[in-house]
Design a protein. Structure first.
Length: 131
């Protein structure tokens, strides 16, 4: 899984990068077959004025579906990362579970073998399972 991290309005420190990568690996590494990349954006909404203004946005593209988008805003960016990662894990789990539940197998009965014996009076259709 590739994690792309960007910060706007402040410097992205190595500690912040490591915390984000570690937290996301822990939260969504289990979905490695379905998730190839994760985009994380940090921004400081109010700049130097303070307040609950650190935003963490996580975007997880899933093939053939809408992206999972999570945003969290807190005064402490580390708290915003942790909360967003938890919500991303829950949302991704729910979305992938629903996707897997709706993939029903189709039952196809193929045509009766045209080359069967003309003397045979009974025939058994051949069944095959396909996705």
């Amino acid at each position: 899984m590739r994690i792309n991290i960007q910060a706007r309005g402040f410097e992205l420190t190595e500690g912040l990068r490591q915390h984000t990568e570690r937290r996301l690996q822990f939260a969504i590494d289990w979905a490695g077959d379905d998730v190839k990349t994760v985009k994380v954006r940090f921004s400081d909404i109010n700049g130097p004025r303070g307040g609950n203004d650190k935003r963490c946005t996580i975007q997880i593209p899933i093939a053939g579906q809408n992206d999972v988008m999570i945003e969290d805003t807190e005064a402490d960016l580390y708290v915003a990362i942790d909360r967003a990662a938890d919500r991303a894990e829950q949302t991704l789990s729910r979305k992938l579970e629903r996707t897997r539940e709706h993939k029903h197998q189709r039952f196809n009965v193929t045509d009766i073998d045209a080359t069967r014996d003309e003397d045979s009076t009974t025939s058994t259709p051949t069944a095959s399972w396909s996705n």
